[in-house]
Design a protein around this ligand. Structure first.
Ligand code: ZN
Length: 486
């Protein structure tokens, strides 16, 4: 199968690339991880803070049980092994947005480990990307650097619950990286634990990239790409970085272990800080929080509340409805749309249903810039339209017309067919008379056609459609034309 996606690595057949990704998932709990401050996008700076999340002396953190529940959900959805006893640690560093000078995170005993998620490759096959671990932690605040040189600290985000999901370097291309991130984002969105909004920083990816000769069994020196907030930019940055690293090695230089940023304007990565050696964060167990205990009963309760996950949904849609992978993926991308399709299909099971939804409904929504939820066309409308098409009462052109009117008024297709006079000129008698007259009225063209000018057939079809004002059943018209032109 020809590859639709081309990568810079294709030009260096002796090299391979290894990519590992750390994703920070901001959880949508009502309150923060260790205090009762509201969690979310507070409007005024420093308006959703207290002594705990600003690190005042003498206060104690209290773990939000919802965060653990969301962690277990993520663990189950990524086939991970849950640690029934996990622990929090302090990770020390100094930065103005972290007033207590340490972040509470999980170091050696995270909530879960050794999972995997399944991605689809370009040829439709599946690949597992393994997860090293998922751990719970708190987010820091935000430093805001104003144009005049002044800097401010907003601590609203401090104490926001995060899950950090760390993959093995199993990802081998920018395509796989994008698939991995999209798949992971869909999972947390299906679980309802994260909005997945990258622009708002609710789903953030740090990507570690290294290249090596295929003959080498050791991973190359990795470079970390930080703070990239779109799938497209991540993919572009990886491509650029693969090329930069291979060129360094080819010219006899070495890759420096460092963190780099993606410059969207100049389309290149730029060095941010060197990361030679491991930073010493002086980890130690958080003395103010007890060990987190998760029992089997809780796990099975959470398990039974999980929704159907995107990968399972995709497999089911493929087999249950005989959809193409592309159609199934469009539905899986939007949970609401998938439900919509299944409702419409249940009302009138037909191959037409999926076409009307992924082709006509989606392009209409795009054209009118409307959301599915506020669209006047409901599954009942689609189902009735499908019936009209399947029984040959209307043709595709009429269906398009009905679509436009349904979107405006929400009227049912049956009613619109009558109102707009769109019923097919379907009875053969009526069509037969029209075709008979048509061929009789164009003796010259008919003779030319019979003499071998095949393309004149199209002329007759066009004439017939005109005579029926577009309401003729194209199949019957063609059959009749063949009969009279023979
Ligand atoms: Zn607080």
């Amino acid at each position: 199968m020809a590859s639709k996606f081309s990568s810079v690595i294709d030009h260096y057949p002796e090299y391979r690339v290894d990519i590992g990704i750390e994703v920070h998932v901001q959880l949508t709990t009502q309150t923060k991880i260790f205090c009762t401050c509201a969690n979310g996008f507070a409007t005024a700076p420093n308006s959703s803070i207290c002594q705990v999340c600003t690190g005042q002396p003498g206060v104690l953190p209290r773990l939000n049980g919802k965060v653990v529940e969301y962690g277990v959900m993520a663990a189950l959805a990524t086939n991970s092994q849950i640690n029934k006893r996990s622990r929090f640690d302090r990770k020390h560093y100094f930065y103005p947005d972290l007033p207590k000078n340490f972040q509470i995170t999980q170091n050696d005993l995270p909530i879960c480990k050794e999972g995997h998620i399944t991605i689809r490759l370009e040829d439709g096959s599946k690949k597992n990307i393994r997860l090293i671990r998922i751990h719970m932690e708190e987010d820091a605040g935000k430093n805001i650097h104003a144009p005049g040189g002044e800097s401010f600290v907003d601590l609203n985000r401090a104490g926001t619950p995060l899950l950090e999901m760390v993959s093995y370097p199993d990802i081998e291309s920018s395509y796989e990286a994008k698939e991995y991130l999209q798949t992971l984002r869909r999972i947390v969105q299906y679980l309802g634990i994260c909005t997945g909004n990258m622009e708002e920083g609710a789903f953030r990816a740090d990507t570690n990239i290294s290249v090596r000769k295929k003959t080498s069994t050791q991973l190359g020196t990795k470079v970390e790409l930080k703070n990239i907030n779109s799938f497209k930019f991540i993919s572009d940055a990886i491509e650029h970085e693969i090329e930069r690293q291979i060129e360094l090695l080819e010219s006899g230089q070495r890759v420096v272990q460092e963190t780099r940023l993606w410059d969207t304007k100049d389309r290149q990565t730029i060095a941010m800080r060197s990361k030679e050696g491991l930073a010493d964060y002086r980890y130690f167990h958080e003395p103010d929080l007890p060990v987190v205990q998760i029992d089997d009963e809780w796990i099975s309760r959470i398990k039974s509340s999980l929704p159907e996950l995107p990968g399972d949904k995709c497999d089911r849609l493929l087999t249950q409805y005989g959809l193409t992978l592309e159609q199934a993926e469009i539905l899986v991308e939007d949970q609401q749309l998938a439900t919509y399709f299944e409702k419409a299909h249940a009302l009138s099971p037909s191959k037409q249903t999926i076409n009307l939804i992924v082709r006509d409904l989606l392009s209409l929504l795009k054209e009118e810039k409307t959301e599915l939820a506020s669209c006047m066309i409901k599954p009942e409308h689609i189902a009735q339209l499908v019936k009209l098409l399947d029984t040959d009462r209307i043709n595709n052109r009429a269906a398009q017309e009905i679509f436009k009117h349904m979107a405006k008024k929400g009227a049912m297709p049956e009613q619109l067919v009558k109102e707009l006079g769109l019923e097919q000129v379907g009875t053969s008698d009526e069509l037969e008379r029209i075709i008979h007259d048509l061929v009789a009225g164009h003796p010259e063209q008919a003779a030319q056609y019979r003499a071998g000018q095949q393309k004149l057939f199209g002329f007759f079809v066009g004439q017939a459609m005109q005579k029926t004002q577009g309401r003729g059943n194209p199949k019957i018209i063609q059959e009749l034309l063949k009969k009279y032109l023979a």
